[in-house]
Ligand binder design. Sequence first.
Ligand code: PPS
Length: 571
Amino acid sequence: MSKLITPHGGRLINLYLAEDDVQKEKEMAQEIQSWDLTHRQICDIELLLNGGFSPLDGFMSETDYDSVVENLRLADGTLWPMPITLDVKKDFAEQVSVGETIALRDQEGVLIATLTISDIWTPNKSNEATKVFGADDLAHPAVTYLHHHAGEVYLGGKLKGVEAPNHYDYNHLRDTPAELRTKFEKWGWKRVVAFQTRNPMHRAHQELTFRAAQQVEANLLIQPVVGMTKPGDIDHYSRVRCYQHVLDQYPQQTTTLSLLPLAMRMGGPREAVWHALIRKNYGCTHFIVGRDHAGPGSNSQGEDFYGPYDAQEMVKEFEDEIEIEMVPFQMMVYVEEKAEYYPIDEVDKEANTVLNISGTEFRRRLQEGLDIPEWFTYPKVVEELRKTRPPKHLQGFTIFFTGLSGSGKSTIANALLVKLLEMGGRNITLLDGDVVRQHLSSELGFSKEHRNLNIERIGYVASEITKNGGIAICAPIAPYTATRQKVRDMISPLGGFIEAYVATPLDTCEERDRKGLYAKARKGIIKEFTGISDPYEVPENPELSINTQEYSPDQAAQLILLKLEKLGFIK
Ligand code: PPS
């Protein structure tokens, strides 16, 4: 048996009920309130139940949460840098009370665990953002998540695990901490260095990890995150196919690949300490921390949230306590004269030609179908990535018209549709305001809530079309900035999003009054009419603003085609 020793000398937590108790718990759960776990919560609960988050034995209590936020420690002093909380909607929280047990289910209703509530509280999210992520700045993905996606109320309490969250993908590459420890024991791996990643691996990463393993004389565990990573990252299916190709580059029996169902927060230094603790739980003795580990990019002032080596410094500070040795790593660069990779600080830049391709440049080359040299990455990796990131002219996109009723959105949208059909070779769907209201939103009215729901539905359909390489043309009024932004955020990671504001002034729309609606609105026969008795928030930064007094529908459609060409979406 492996020694199930975790950081802090405790045992590896296993929160799953014994087989005999599972049936009883399932029967009991039919009588109690259920909470449907979000994707993030499914990731967290999997690692809580299987001991990846040892020594935690449930979602944090308020005192543990406060202590973690303020001091990176649980209330009893145990090192733990990241809040692991169960956020729920306010109306759900109002229906439950301390001492009650609730069922936690996945999106299909499968019972994953039960939680006996010990605490119910409303967190100070701005304080959490500032203390945990360094700033209450929405440019940080975890801060956006906290304010815009997470529920208002947190529930704390101990968990009883009924069933592990189900995965249909790459089951042979998924291990619990206990399974991985057993494998290491079986293979005679005493010293194991873990490599964490959320990106595809290229030659530089292979060189870095290989050198790190050599340096500390350890076997190598490549343990990429397949739960949630930074929005916009390459999907894990493609990444895992890439990792499998890269695995062939290591000497046999030195290296293994195992997938980690973690929901990252991109919390830089705190996150690096958290990652180290998790790796300790998975039985690793060493952990590679490179430049800008788990960095979220720049803040709203355009500066990096964290310094490039902050994460290394913080892990160093706690490595003895975690009982894992950090292996710090510099950026690897390719030295042309030597046809080899070296850590950047070991290269004499005067005497050598140093080559490197930045992430942005790599994505540009992929998008434009340009050459990617073999010194940078493996041909099979490029092949995989070209499939997921096709050049722009093969990607899907959404043209999202917005403007007052009668502004000319539908006319321009139809002209554009016809021109794109004439060009041929693409699948196009027109989601016109009236048509959507007939087929998708027939039960909705024109209150703010209903309008937003209508736009979210249009956004969802358009996002599916865009994701699958099609063209969606949407032409609703979409009067609210926040909802338009929501749709943009939903679609942008999947392809192009072009907001086209049809800027016809209200008096012109009213003069035209093609459907006679403005006259009725003025008389009060139609209530909540946009521009008359309901607001229209003018877009601040649309990709296109079309003045219909200067452009005929045909010219406006041409204008959009030129924009699409400029952006690379049509060739
Ligand atoms: S929204 O706000 O985006 O959900 O509106 P949308 O679905 O695009 O509206 C579609 C058409 O509904 C007609 N209509 C109204 N518009 C605005 N306000 C009120 N109260 C209203 N009642 C009916 C109007 O003809 C919209 O079509 P367009 O093509 O914009 O003229």
